[in-house]
Design a protein around this ligand. Sequence first.
Ligand SMILES: [Zn+2]
Length: 186
Amino acid sequence: MDTTGRVKGILAAEPDATAVVDVIGIGAGVYDRLREQGCKADPFTAGRKTNRKDATGQFGFRDLRSAAWWNLREMLDPARGAVLALPPDDELAGDLTALHYRHVSDGKIQVESKDDIRRRIGRSTDRGDAVIQACWMSLGSWHEAYGTMDCPSCPESFMRDGADGKLRTACPFCKAPLDEGEEQAA
Ligand SMILES: [Zn+2]
């Protein structure tokens, strides 16, 4: 069955829901088609940089995927008053408890790569990935999560780099020029 159609059906039944779409690989087309059809969808780009810090404010993350796994860890931490409930699913529980992480030299947290964990446990952590992506935006702000910036001239905010991966030179909404060295909103 067509993925876009399935997601659209779920969104129609749950008007408050937003689809989070892994936009690496086949998800890119799904995301574009959902947006074209006016559906609420957020992109998840595992390798992207993020300004998100851990709950203590001490540690940053090597990439968005690492931050997203950590985010779920903190959402499930009873010491932080966790309210999230997960469905009883052995494979999901296996995925979520399998992942290793380390502190890399620049003080950031890096979780085990998809390739490494697939080699170690013999399968992809697809269910775990789905949950961490779905929960990714639950804590913190869009600015922190994606390194977006506010336009200096209009009320809009946007990703600092455009779809082509290059830094924007102008606001995509009001076309105001942006300084080359302008800081990202933290
Ligand atoms: Zn603007």
